[in-house]
Design a binder for this molecule. Sequence first.
Ligand SMILES: NC(=O)c1ccc[n+]([C@@H]2O[C@H](COP(=O)([O-])OP(=O)(O)OC[C@H]3O[C@@H](n4cnc5c(N)ncnc54)[C@H](OP(=O)(O)O)[C@@H]3O)[C@@H](O)[C@H]2O)c1
Length: 277
Amino acid sequence: MKVGFLGFGEVASILSEGLQKHGATVATCIEERSTKTKELAEKSGVKLYKTNIELAEVSDILISTVTPSQAIKVAQEVGKYVNGIYVDINNVSPKTVKKTLSFIENRKTVDAAIIGSIKKGLNVSVIASGDYAAQFAELNNYGMNINVIGDEIGQASAIKMLRSSFTKGISALLFETIYSAYKMGIDEEVLKYIAGTECEGFKDSAISRIISSSVHAKRRGEEMEEVIGLISEHMTPKMSSATEKFFKSLNEDIDNLENRPKNYKEVFKLIDKKEKK
Ligand SMILES: NC(=O)c1ccc[n+]([C@@H]2O[C@H](COP(=O)([O-])OP(=O)(O)OC[C@H]3O[C@@H](n4cnc5c(N)ncnc54)[C@H](OP(=O)(O)O)[C@@H]3O)[C@@H](O)[C@H]2O)c1
């Protein structure tokens, strides 16, 4: 099985490591990419092709793991040359994924979405829809955890987007609430009293949400643009627009985060430091 990755960032490097361990041949193209991407690909030992077009021609399964804003562009670039199955796993709306996959001339396309953190590794839950989703799920024989949820392009992305609307909205609300409590010196108490009416494990998950919001503020802000696109098809987005605004402003408040903060107070101190400047 030859698996190609368009783009080689966090998602591609983590999936590649597991797929190779399970016997798949993995390849990518790093021409004109950043130093970070080049280092990740070289370290992972995947096969390197000179162009994305060559990669598209040889891959049995070609997975697009670029960034939401680049999903259409790369599909346009390789669309004519894809011989196997083309999977878009970027966090994009159903509308964007339909447009993206319309460029794949052989029509062997799959809409896929990662549910949860890729840090879980190869076993992270992936949902997939479209006529070729079952073929993509053959990667379960190589350690992946893919569930086919329907035969229409757009279904997997819609689930992902609506889940995102909920989880990112909750994270933004939590951040704002606990930061205000911290400024008043009552953050521990507020967490304790919210936990009293929430489910078990709330406190740990709230803290983890605050920390990961700071680490991924930029990406989350961008991803909310796609969520808003989907919500706008059904109602005027108000909560999701606020969530987008929150993450974009958090990204400005916490610039240059070099290491993952060890606790939430460390995150809040970074904001205080920026405000003092
Ligand atoms: N990380 C997660 O936990 C997670 C979870 C679910 C879904 N996703 C989705 O999965 C996708 C990848 O995420 P990631 O975290 O791996 O992102 P990432 O670490 O930022 O990696 C993106 C990769 O795509 C490359 N790239 C950007 N534009 C490109 C182009 N036009 N042609 C070829 N390569 C291009 C980047 O190269 P440069 O370094 O040169 O820019 C980089 O190698 C995103 O759409 C994201 O929304 C991520």
